[in-house]
Design a protein around this ligand. Structure first.
Ligand SMILES: *[C@@H]1O[C@H](CO)[C@@H](O)[C@H](O)[C@H]1NC(C)=O
Length: 290
């Protein structure tokens, strides 16, 4: 199944070779280059960050190396070595890919946040709960979640509690359209509102994580959510539970194969550039001033 997805995406990419050209949006090109060289050389240069996922609720955020290898096969430079289904492969592509994903951190912010599950007791005006994309590390990932969180902190004067969703974010889970993390995300929303009845809860999700947001929102009532931002959302044509569409913002980069039928795999990694706009949207949607 995994191999099938990877191969079909790769096949799509190969079918349109010119469209796979990297389009620089606002990438940090130097980190891209180092990520890509780590990917191609398959070295163990994958940042000491790979085990930061020891998150509280024990739902296991360990990343699946075969999933990483499968995703790595999306990248032409490593496609020859992956795509086989052996589960024992801690192959070169994995380290390289996690290094590549980690390199898509456009700013500050932590890959793991547990502000709700490890509540400090001090209530903030805003609570931001984020679900990362497939194979991303920690519980916030690195492509866009941490940067949205730090933009929210600066826009609100640190009036934000941040929680990443502790869920596997693996390839098998991606087949379930968000149900592998949705119930956990919904439970964090309820927990946050119990701890702090006046906090405004806003959600964010990237790739598989955006499906997690849809799934969570479907089980919540209108008053429990104040806004949502979704990046590279395969379900972008569907509503986010009972949230009014004016409280939802979808970011879908041109050419992204996941949220539109594009062929530019790199576009799917570009959302860090939208973090500030997303944070501004959430602050307005929630009616929170700094
Ligand atoms: C995850 O599943 C969705 C919905 O089936 C699909 O559109 C998307 O391409 C998958 N994600 C990846 C990274 O393959």
């Amino acid at each position: 199944m995994k191999a099938f997805i990877a191969l079909s995406l790769l096949g799509t990419a190969l079918a349109a070779p010119t469209a796979t050209t990297f389009q620089a949006r606002d990438f940090d090109l130097s980190s891209l280059t180092s990520g890509l060289s780590a990917l191609t050389s398959g070295s163990a240069a994958s940042s000491g960050s790979s085990e930061s996922a020891s998150s509280g609720s024990g739902s296991g955020t360990t990343s699946s190396s075969s999933g990483l290898a499968a995703l790595a096969s999306l990248f032409p430079s490593s496609s020859s070595s992956s795509g086989s289904t052996g589960s024992s492969d801690t192959s070169s592509g994995s380290d390289g890919l996690s290094s590549l994903l980690s390199s898509f951190t456009s700013g500050s912010g932590s890959m793991t946040e547990n502000g709700v599950t490890q509540h400090s007791g001090s209530c903030k005006k805003l609570t931001f709960i984020f679900a990362r994309g497939t194979t991303e590390m920690g519980n916030m990932g690195s492509v866009v979640g941490p940067e949205v969180a730090s933009q929210l902190a600066s826009l609100t004067g640190n009036q934000v509690t941040v929680q990443g969703v502790n869920y596997p974010a693996d390839w098998e889970g991606n087949m379930s359209l968000g149900s592998s993390g949705g119930p956990t995300m919904a439970s964090y929303v309820k927990e946050a509102l119990q701890q702090c009845p006046n906090t405004k809860v806003v959600l964010g999700g990237y790739s598989q994580g955006s499906m997690v947001v849809h799934n969570a929102a479907n089980s919540l009532s209108a008053g429990q959510l104040s806004g949502a931002v979704l990046f590279g959302d395969p379900l972008k044509m569907t509503s986010v539970g009972k949230l009014s569409s004016s409280k939802v913002k979808e970011f879908c980069a041109s050419g992204d194969p996941v949220c539109e039928n594009g062929f530019n795999v790199m576009a799917h990694l570009s959302y860090g550039a939208d973090a500030k706009e997303a944070a501004q949207f959430l602050v307005e949607a929630a009616g929170v001033s700094s």
